[in-house]
Design a protein around this ligand. Structure first.
Ligand code: TA6
Length: 306
């Protein structure tokens, strides 16, 4: 089984503008979408669309749970979220310029009690078995400390499971120290991890020496991975980008699908690129279309960059 853990769930409110966002002006919305938010929940939505069984776990406020659950039903996601009483699932406002480019404005999220933290630990202790895959992704809520995060990983490591983490900042550092199996920083998160002036490739070589499987996502330029001392970049073909929101999460969904199918690292990265290049052709945060996969796969470029 694949479990996804979103510690801080979100609902995405996507506003596609008539023009480009301007300060001190009334920016008119041309199209309005509501979609599931939350990085690991997006992984669940992608796995569902790829017909790969999985269960979504995490915390979700109970005040607006109907709206959140509607999104889960839309993607037929099986879930066991812990409902946080008298708190709301946070909103992530995504503003998309008419001529491309987007802005994301995300709320902090709920206060998680010690009791609710324990509930998640018990679910994982009861459910997770050896050989399974766990994806933890997204920013934890304000009261979910680094120590809580480390303890969560330690519980998972008691079973020989594959732990994938798509987290940033201090949580990424903690994930590396706790020796998870997979991380996927983007360029910004790589530069946050390694402050020096060296090339992104040099930084990626350092990262690859600290974790079994590392990918650095490069937006529309694809993603890079390391294999036998060489660094490869997997580049998608140019496609019409409607929204890049959730592209990184979709990459993780495709990569994890590859892991579940025992693909090679190269093919896991390719699967991630195919899925994310489909996602950006949709306004929604985690919508893909399998009919787009063939064109993308037949026009992917794999370059040895180091
Ligand atoms: O990566 C896109 C996205 O998942 C948005 O859909 C929004 O939910 C946001 O990121 C949540 O990110 P965070 O890091 O705050 O968990």
């Amino acid at each position: 089984m694949i479990y996804t853990i979103t510690l801080n769930q979100a609902i995405d409110k996507i506003k596609y503008l008539e023009g480009n966002l301007k300060q001190e002006q009334n920016n008119r919305v041309e199209k309005n979408f509501i979609d599931l938010g939350g990085k690991a929940t997006h992984v669940s939505a992608i796995l569902q669309q790829l017909n790969q069984e999985n269960i979504a776990l995490g915390f979700a406020g109970d005040m607006n749970k109907e709206e959140f659950y509607r999104g889960l039903e839309l993607y037929e996601i099986k879930h066991e979220y812990i409902e946080v009483r008298n708190e709301s699932v946070r909103e992530s406002i995504v503003v998309i310029n008419n001529s491309g480019g987007s802005y994301m404005i995300t709320e902090k999220g709920p206060i998680i009690s010690k009791l609710d933290k324990k509930k998640l630990s018990h679910i994982l202790e009861d459910k997770v078995e050896g050989g399974e895959i766990i994806v933890i992704a997204g920013s934890p809520p304000p009261t979910y400390s680094l120590q809580d995060f480390r303890e969560l990983i330690k519980i998972l490591k008691r079973n020989s499971v594959y732990i994938a983490c798509d987290v940033a900042g201090e949580y990424l550092k903690a994930a590396l120290e706790e020796q998870v199996d997979f991380v996927k920083p983007n360029e910004h998160e790589m530069n946050d991890l390694y402050h020096g002036e060296e090339e992104i490739y040099e930084k990626f070589m350092k990262l690859s020496g600290r974790v079994k499987n590392a990918v650095c996502s490069l937006g529309s330029e694809g993603a890079m991975y390391m294999m036998k001392d060489a660094i490869y970049q997997v580049k998608p073909p140019k496609v019409d980008i409607l929204s890049d929101t959730g592209a990184g999460d979709s990459f993780v969904g495709g990569y994890i699908y590859g892991v579940s199918q025992n693909y090679s690292t190269r093919d896991c990265v390719k699967q991630g690129i195919i899925v994310s290049a489909s996602k950006v052709q949709h306004y929604g945060s985690c919508k893909i279309d399998l009919n787009q996969f063939n064109y993308i796969e037949n026009n992917i470029e794999i370059l040895e960059v180091r």
